[in-house]
Design a protein around this ligand. Structure first.
Ligand SMILES: CC(C)(COP(=O)(O)OP(=O)(O)OC[C@H]1O[C@@H](n2cnc3c(N)ncnc32)[C@H](O)[C@@H]1OP(=O)(O)O)[C@@H](O)C(=O)NCCC(=O)NCCS
Length: 489
């Protein structure tokens, strides 16, 4: 929680050299409010663009949110220089060795470790909500045979929302989740149970549909991750029980991936939810953001990179290509961590447990050689590029037999928890929810008059002209055919 500010001492005094005026802006929790800078205005200089809006106050520019805090949060703390990650104050190392994914989910969402009774209820609600409407089978089957599972999953979360009008502020009133009363909290909890419960079901359905397999009703009596493995793999065998070693490894991996404060996808969820849209739409938006190769697609990119390198002997040449900016070393570097990602130590241990029963992945040696070469190279040291969580997680998932394009799905499932923890916190924050509407620095054309089509010239700038694109749906035979109707293909 923010502490009261001693304005006399906890403040920033700035002088605007354009006007000579001095301003004092309070510092609270080592942050200054960007709106504090809005009071700093100056008359527009001769020749200055009116779009700079100089008289309307100074803007704070931060492309890519490099130093902008957009929320007060009590959930996750990261010290990127020291390699520290804590959920609700508890070090990730303690949680990974002593807690479980679902217990940690409870902690992230509600802020405290549950008692036995609280945990039993929470776990049973999550598992109970794994079952999905029978119609959703048709939805999953409507995708083309080679659809990426992330395209399926992203759509599935939005689709899921269509079943729950009682969870839709557009239909029920905008204070549906922000009231904080008993009914509103219970409504929010129900959506949380549903989303976490169905995340594994949907992920398994996205997996099985591409294999032409029937779907599996979530089993009873298994843990969250064992149930997930069952739904992925069960083919009707009697008394089928997933490997406890793999279920445990997945549990640890899920726990490590459950939250990471305001990464791109969590920020996307909050940005989307700030319009007070329903949580299903917000989670779908988070899914889309996570899928990018700079975020959740990185562990898939790591494996593709390792395959392309081929063997340890080719590592030096690859490193040189990275340094020439021809390649990116996927799985290295992080916006926040400027040392080794603390999760990667735990993941390496988990990898050993998995490799003991699955056998070592053939890419492991290349990965180790790449890791060591990068760690000892000045290029990476100087830029503080160290292995992140994705460098190792892909190897475990591969050893477990998951297809490459399923890796981001294995990231989404646990991250739904983090997204929901932040969503709930946002809905309940003091002062209500303010829509996230950032500012821009407009650098486009100043006011100009419309030009009629006969008076326009083509400035031959490729970026200002739509490209001529090949029409792949048109066959060679059609190109050679003659017919009436549309003339140009
Ligand atoms: C994660 C990532 C997007 C962070 O980006 P960022 O905070 O904007 O960092 P920057 O892009 O400013 O990188 C700083 C410098 O390191 C270089 N760099 C960063 N990551 C690099 C990588 N993986 N390989 C090669 N060079 C890298 C940049 O080119 C830049 O060099 P420069 O200062 O000489 O121009 C970036 O490190 C990256 O692309 N990593 C690979 C993808 C990945 O593993 N993502 C998973 C994150 S959990």
């Amino acid at each position: 929680m923010g502490r009261p500010t001693d304005v006399a001492n906890d403040s920033l005094t700035v002088r605007d050299n354009r006007t000579g005026k001095t301003y004092t802006i309070p510092i609270s929790d080592n942050a200054v409010s960007a709106t504090g800078f809005k009071a700093i205005s100056a008359p527009r200089k001769a020749g200055e663009r009116e779009e700079n809006e100089t008289q309307k106050g100074l803007r704070v520019s931060d492309k890519g949110f490099l130093n902008t805090a957009v929320i007060q949060s009590e959930i996750t703390y990261i010290d990127g220089d020291a390699g520290i990650l804590r959920y609700r104050g508890y070090p990730i190392e303690q949680l990974a060795t002593q807690s479980s994914f679902l217990e940690t989910a409870y902690l992230l969402i509600y802020g405290v470790l549950p008692t036995k009774d609280q945990f039993t209820l929470f776990e049973s609600e999550i598992l109970h909500h794994g079952v999905v409407h029978a119609e959703s089978e048709e939805f999953f089957r409507s995708f083309r045979y080679d659809a990426h599972p992330m395209a399926i999953l992203t759509s599935a979360f939005a689709y899921l929302g269509s079943y729950y009008s009682e969870a839709n502020p557009s239909l029920q009133g905008q204070s549906l989740f922000t009231k904080g009363d008993k009914a509103s909290l219970a409504n929010m909890d129900k959506q949380i149970f549903r989303l976490i419960g169905k995340a594994t079901t949907f992920a398994a359905m996205a997996y099985r549909v591409r294999q032409g397999r029937d779907f599996v009703t979530p089993p009873t009596g298994l843990s969250y991750t064992a149930s997930f493995l069952y739904q992925l793999d069960h083919l009707g065998q009697v008394d089928y029980a997933p490997s406890p070693v793999l279920a445990k490894a997945l549990d640890v991996l899920f726990l490590l991936h459950a939250d990471h404060e305001l990464n791109a996808s969590c920020t996307t969820v909050l940005q989307t939810a700030s319009s007070l849209v329903d949580p299903y739409s917000a989670i779908a938006a988070g899914c889309a953001s996570l899928y990018g190769p700079l975020h959740g697609g990185a562990n898939e990119a790591v494996i593709r990179m390792l395959i392309s390198i081929g063997s340890p002997a080719n590592v030096p040449a690859f490193i040189e290509a990275v340094k020439r900016r021809e390649k990116v070393l996927s799985g290295f570097g992080h916006r926040v961590y400027k040392t080794t990602d603390p999760r990667s130590y735990i993941i390496r241990k988990t990898a050993d447990e998995v490799f003991k029963i699955t056998g070592k992945d053939e890419l492991l040696e290349t990965a180790m050689a790449l890791h060591d070469a990068a760690m000892n190279d000045e290029f990476f040291q100087k830029r503080k590029l160290y292995p992140n969580v994705d460098f190792w997680s892909g190897l475990i998932y591969r050893a477990m037999g998951f297809p490459l394009d399923f890796f981001p799905v294995l990231f989404v499932v646990p991250r739904v928890v983090g997204w929901l923890a932040h969503w709930r916190q946002m809905m309940l924050q003091q002062g209500g929810v303010k829509i996230w509407r950032p500012r821009q620095v407009y650098v486009g054309p100043s006011k100009r008059d419309y030009v009629s089509i006969d008076d326009r010239t083509d400035d031959k700038d490729a970026k200002k002209t739509p490209s001529a694109v090949p029409h792949s749906g048109i066959s060679k035979r059609t190109r050679l055919a003659s017919f009436k109707g549309k003339s140009k293909l």
